[in-house]
Design a protein around this ligand. Structure first.
Ligand code: AMP
Length: 380
């Protein structure tokens, strides 16, 4: 995947290369084409994910395509919580914008400094990056109007709310035309953000970037040393004695997935599998039943698990280890999401020990190993 395949034209692709961006980050892969198609975006992403370029690049591309950059009005409004972020985002617009044949005027406005120079600066600006309070001051002194905004970007929306900008934001929203494109980024998805989503966004494309390594601290990780033939009983023992209500179990093949489900079901544990050999309908149904709490265990292969989004999943069990450490982190990242804590348990056979050491090294975390030899698994 390259920046040019995402729909950016040559000047921007070259500018991106100059910034040493070798390939698009995941958020950019998702957001750039969607913004270019005029879609609304609900992005859950933190600083460091590459979120800034994910809206700056397609917006500049739209300017480049329209070429009608001589208008004396605000086309794009980016609302940010702080002066620092305003300056930072403006700089990214200016750096990449400089690569375009037709200049795009980007101006940052924020409080804490004299308003007069900003009143002059916003004249003819096509992209205004603003903190909410100062923006309203500029509007009330007729330095700019918001009725022509075509694209609204809310960057770090949760932080804006946290800083007490809710009223100002509402007042800004009231001044915007109803017909526009809205891009919202927030590090977290809480009730207030959900409300903005409901009120402001139309059928948004949802993009979530989980900073997996950071997330690991929220996850309690344990591993059981176990002989291969005792894995099934140990799995059932853990589920039953742990009184687990919702467990995502990972396996490495379709066959194992089906076998595990058969055994769990025989032992009175409600389970279903999702893997590539199941029809889309069966997968959707299994996932819905699992999410609805009517299924205790969902057994999945890695390929399918990529798309699973379940909030507050309490347990992940690696019945078999994945080959790559990255997949291990991705798997256990299914739990402990959205700031909720979770537990990840791995079943390690003697053959897995070496590989599991590599995984721990790559992850930069040691996992507590429990010997299961002493556990009495009869009846499980
Ligand atoms: P952000 O999350 O927007 O604050 O970006 C975090 C950092 O990643 C910034 O320093 C960007 O310059 C950098 N960055 C963004 N996208 C890429 C990319 N595709 N490749 C390399 N670096 C990037």
């Amino acid at each position: 995947m390259s920046f040019s395949t995402l729909g950016l034209s040559k000047p921007l692709v070259d500018a991106v290369a100059e910034q040493q961006y070798t390939k698009p980050y995941p958020i950019q892969q998702d957001a750039i084409p969607a913004v270019l198609q005029g879609k609304d975006i609900l992005g859950i992403a933190k600083t460091g994910s590459g979120k800034t370029a994910s809206f700056v690049l397609p917006i500049l591309e739209l300017f480049h395509r329209a070429k009608a950059v001589k208008t004396k009005r605000v086309n794009v409004l980016v609302l940010v919580p702080t002066r620092e972020l305003a300056a930072q985002v403006t700089e990214v617009f200016q750096t990449f914008g400089a690569a375009l044949p037709n200049p795009v005027k980007t101006v940052a406005v924020y409080g804490g400094v004299a308003i007069n120079p900003q009143m002059i600066a916003v004249h003819g600006a096509e992209i205004v990056v603003a903190t909410p309070g100062r923006l309203l001051d500029l509007v009330s002194s007729n330095a700019l109007r918001l009725s022509d905004v075509e694209i609204l970007v809310l960057d770090e929306a949760d932080k804006m709310l946290e800083l007490g900008f809710a009223d100002e934001m509402d007042r800004v929203f009231d001044l915007l035309p109803a017909k526009r494109q809205t891009v919202l980024f927030s590090a977290t998805l809480g009730d207030a953000i959900e409300e903005i989503n409901q009120n402001l966004l139309r059928n948004p494309v949802k993009i979530e970037v989980i900073n997996e390594t950071e997330n690991l601290d929220l996850i309690k990780q344990t591993a059981y040393r176990v002989d291969a033939e005792r894995k099934g009983p140990l799995l059932r023992y853990l589920i039953k004695t742990g009184k687990m209500q919702q467990v995502l179990v990972f396996v490495s093949s379709v066959r194992t997935a089906d076998n595990v489900v058969v055994k769990l079901t025989k032992n009175g544990i409600r389970a279903a599998a999702i893997h590539s050999k199941k029809t889309q309908g069966a997968r959707t149904e299994a996932l819905a039943t699992f999410k609805g709490g009517k299924l205790t265990v969902l057994v999945a292969t890695d390929l399918i698990a990529r798309g699973i989004d379940i909030q507050f999943l309490p347990y992940v069990i690696n019945f078999e280890l994945p080959r790559s450490p990255k997949d291990y982190i991705h798997r256990i990242g299914r739990t402990g999401r959205a700031e909720a804590s979770g537990e990840a348990i791995s079943l390690i056979t003697p053959d897995d020990e070496h590989h599991f050491k590599i995984i721990q090294k790559k992850m930069g975390k040691r996992v507590e190993m429990i010997d299961s030899a002493e556990l009495d698994l009869t009846g499980y």
